[in-house]
Write a protein that binds this ligand. Structure first.
Ligand SMILES: [Zn+2]
Length: 405
């Protein structure tokens, strides 16, 4: 088994003669202590914390940073001067929650491009043509960062963006002849079902949770294993990526420390499922200490078959309102004839609009949705997908209006 390309990237980026677990942890402790010292010196958001820790296990004694902290005090967490800030990303948490803002410097974005390139180099080769199906939102947007990483590998990005219709995607596949895809998982499966794989052979998915049924559906149609990636705004998009072993995603451990905690905030041992908590030591503009991501996963106990010392996380799921859409994804995307669906609450019932390949099998879709959400009344409207249909979610999938319950 070939070792993960991330190993070489971490070793080169950090100037390490060898990369083993001791080297990774020494790097993390040094990064964490440098961050604590900087915070202490500037009297910033984290200045009440100790100026240094004796060991990585002491990290568990520090308080958490929550999404509410980020919304209330985001700009107070910024470690660099305003003139060094390149980009501010704003995201509302839920429909009523306050907006949280995450700040980046050019260096933060360059680090992400180089991490993306290392992860993508497992499936994108010189001369490859890569469909980039992520939002293009101006300089240093996500689509732009991925495209820069693709170009750095000697490959060509096909800047597709998000929200293209079935007909437009079909034309791009035929005209541009891509061999690789980078984008969200459910729209990839929908495209493969409607347009066929064409020249596409390999894919990396990110930007949304990927259910097992979507993963299996994509792999069956592409004829190759999928490369899932995990990232968030707080990790400047790049957090963890799959290696050729396809057994979990290796964490970007030179730039972040990951912990898994239970509901009470106790750190869980390797192998146990809980909430992912990250300390982003490698981010210059806005490093976070023990940030509760709201994402649920586990850190594998066993070493990866690729022998990388970098820890791996499992498939990422959600809890609370975010969990229901994942249950529906799991149940409905396993149906061969279903292309895409949108779900929302209407009072206490869930209304689903489904797009199908052939004549809609409404009863079959309804039965699967009821098995997924047995507590709720489910109503399904299905119709045949046409060339002008676009993905029913432009971004992250969610069961909308959940607070109406
Ligand atoms: Zn591996």
């Amino acid at each position: 088994m070939k070792r993960s390309n991330l190993d070489l990237w971490v070793r080169k980026t950090e100037g390490l003669p060898v990369l083993d677990r001791a080297a990774v942890e020494a790097l993390q402790l040094a990064g964490l202590n440098a961050l604590l010292e900087r915070e202490r010196a500037r009297g910033g958001f984290y200045s009440d914390l100790p100026g240094g820790l004796a060991s990585l296990s002491d990290l568990a004694s520090l308080p958490f940073t929550t999404q509410a902290d980020l919304a209330a005090r985001g700009s107070g967490m910024v470690l660099v001067s305003q003139s060094e800030i390149l980009r501010v990303l704003t995201e509302t948490s839920g429909t009523t929650g306050p907006a949280k803002r995450v700040f980046y410097t050019p260096g933060d974005c360059e680090n992400t491009v180089s991490f993306f390139a290392a992860g993508l180099s497992e499936l994108v080769f010189p001369g490859s043509r890569t469909m980039v199906c992520m939002p293009f939102s101006g300089p240093y947007g996500l689509g732009e960062l991925i495209s820069a990483a693709v170009e750095s590998l000697g490959a060509s990005p096909i800047k597709t963006g998000v929200g293209k219709s079935c007909g437009e995607l079909s034309d791009i596949l035929r005209r541009e002849r891509p061999d690789t895809y980078v984008g969200m998982p459910a729209p990839l499966l929908a495209m493969l079902k409607v347009c066929g794989r064409g020249t596409l052979r390999r894919a990396l998915v990110s930007g949304d949770a990927c259910s097992l049924s979507v993963e299996q559906g994509v792999e069956a149609r592409l004829g190759t294993r999928l490369f899932p990636h995990y990232g968030s705004r707080e990790t400047v998009f790049g957090g963890a990526v799959t290696c050729p072993a396809h057994e979990g995603m290796h964490l970007r451990e030179n730039h972040m420390i990951a912990e898994i905690v239970d509901e009470e905030g106790n750190v869980l041992p390797r192998g146990e499922y809980g909430e992912l908590v990250i300390t982003t030591i490698g981010m210059a503009a806005m490093p976070l200490i023990r940030y509760r991501t709201g994402d649920y996963t586990r850190i594998f106990k066993e070493p990866c078959p690729c022998k990388s010392p970098l820890l791996r996380i499992d498939r990422v799921t959600r809890k609370g309102p975010g969990a229901e859409i994942l249950k529906l994804d799991e149940a409905l995307f396993g149906l061969d004839g279903l292309v895409d669906f949108h779900a929302k609450y209407a009072g206490s019932a869930v209304e689903i609009l489904a797009l199908t390949l052939a004549e809609p099998a409404q009863a079959e879709i309804e039965a699967a949705a009821r098995r997924a959400l047995p507590e709720v009344e489910v109503r399904v409207t299905a119709r045949k997908c046409t060339r002008s249909d676009r993905p029913l979610y432009p971004g992250k999938r969610s069961l909308e209006n959940a607070e109406a319950l």
